[in-house]
Design a protein around this ligand. Sequence first.
Ligand SMILES: Nc1ncnc2c1ncn2[C@@H]1O[C@H](COP(=O)(O)OP(=O)(O)OP(=O)(O)O)[C@@H](O)[C@H]1O
Ligand SMILES: [Mg+2]
Length: 269
Amino acid sequence: MAESVISVRKLVKRYGDLVAVRGIDFDVMRGEVFSMLGPNGAGKTTTVEILECLKSKTSGEVSVLGLDIDQRVREIKKRIGVLPQDFNAFDLLTVKENIEFFGKMFSDHIPADDLIALVDLESKRDEYFKNLSGGLKQRVGVAISMVNDPDIIFLDEPTTGLDPKARREVWEVIKGLKAKGKTIILTTHYMEEAELLADTVAIISKGKIIAMGSPVELVENNAKYQIVTLQSVDEIVFETVRKIGFEPVLSDEKTSESGWSTRKMCNGY
Ligand SMILES: Nc1ncnc2c1ncn2[C@@H]1O[C@H](COP(=O)(O)OP(=O)(O)OP(=O)(O)O)[C@@H](O)[C@H]1O
Ligand SMILES: [Mg+2]
């Protein structure tokens, strides 16, 4: 049976009059990618920073790796890794020097060269951090989050602001961590990122979890309609799709010489 490594019950966080987290409940299972998906100000960072023992909660019960977050901070911190939302390293240290610097904070740490290989940065090993692109900086951040060989890794918006290619490269690194058996908490604004990487997605809005489940369950339970894109199809395929309830999204799409080429079809609005 799957083992819960994070348990959150009735978690509330207030900042003065503002209630940023409004009584949320969830479990994260060992080895899964658990994604918190939500817009700006939804309460994602607040929630993960409480789990990381960086912020105190107002009320509720939270345990990480079976340890109470108020009582066992030092033990928890030894066994988790964190890539903060506003991650930055030392501009005038190289990739390797930065990773070594953070490694020294832990008595047991993974050799910098192993981490550099893990995030595929061998060619940038001796480059100053300040000279790296945004995507490469985030990969250094992932390497640093792994220095203590943690059981659980928190990645707070690791791909925000990256171009599509850099984003895909970070996704590959995250898939690699999952393949190593790590449990990953991933916050994101991007539906496609959660869908691609996550086993469980919690959609968070205004401090509440408004839907939670596997990406497939969420689409089945919440999507009002589906859109399919047909590429290089002829009239017969188009008519077949029409018979099962799909209509063209744009009525003015043209037929190419060889029949219908690319078309978006939707089964209801
Ligand atoms: N230290 C703080 N003091 C007061 N209010 C705060 C503090 N930190 C966050 N907030 C507020 O709490 C709410 C939730 O913020 P949080 O940073 O958790 O959201 P988020 O989902 O991470 O957003 P984003 O996607 O922009 O990172 C917001 O209204 C924010 O302004
Ligand atoms: Mg945030």
